[in-house]
Design a protein. Structure first.
Length: 166
């Protein structure tokens, strides 16, 4: 990927995250106002907020992976000598990449099944269920690709550090 493509992806992720957060906040704010002030509520508001939260989470996974901040156990990196810690970290990242690609494939199979069966949400009958589940595919693919990006950047930084030490 070129740097221009990565910048476009970065911007898309940030705008999508912002958009889902604002829309989720607006839907919930209107729902609370209507429920407690006007004494009625929308049947679709909770489901819409849930879909927004799923998308927020999945886009957040990709952003966290880009910065190397996804959850992982790094105790071995801290107690092992630096070269051994780097090897353990490399295998940990490789496992993360494989996990992301496998989960992406499995979730995509579920999405394709939902499309084939034409499933919709009960509270939002005009919205297909795959619109929520496709977020998992996007997030897991983002996790894998952004972890690869992080590894490349980290290896460049390690080469610079090794060159400066000598």
């Amino acid at each position: 990927m070129t740097r221009k493509m990565l910048k476009i992806l970065d911007r898309w992720e940030e705008y999508a995250l912002f958009g889902f957060m604002i829309s989720m906040l607006a839907v919930l704010l209107v729902q609370v106002f209507c429920r407690y002030v006007l004494s009625f509520s929308f049947s679709w508001a909770e489901q819409a907020a849930r879909i927004g939260f799923v998308w927020l989470t999945m886009i957040g996974i990709s952003i966290a992976a880009k910065k190397g901040l996804h959850l992982k156990v790094d105790m071995l990196n801290q107690i092992l000598p630096r070269p051994a810690g780097r090897i353990v970290s490399w295998f940990s990242n490789l496992a993360t990449i494989l996990f992301g690609f496998i989960m992406c494939w499995l979730i995509l199979k579920t999405v394709l099944m939902q499309i084939r069966l034409n499933q919709v949400f009960s509270s939002i009958p005009w919205l297909p269920t795959w619109t929520m589940y496709i977020a998992g595919t996007v997030g897991m693919l983002g996790l894998s690709l952004r972890t690869i990006q992080y590894l490349i950047l980290e290896s460049k930084q390690n080469k610079k550090e090794i060159g400066e030490e000598q």
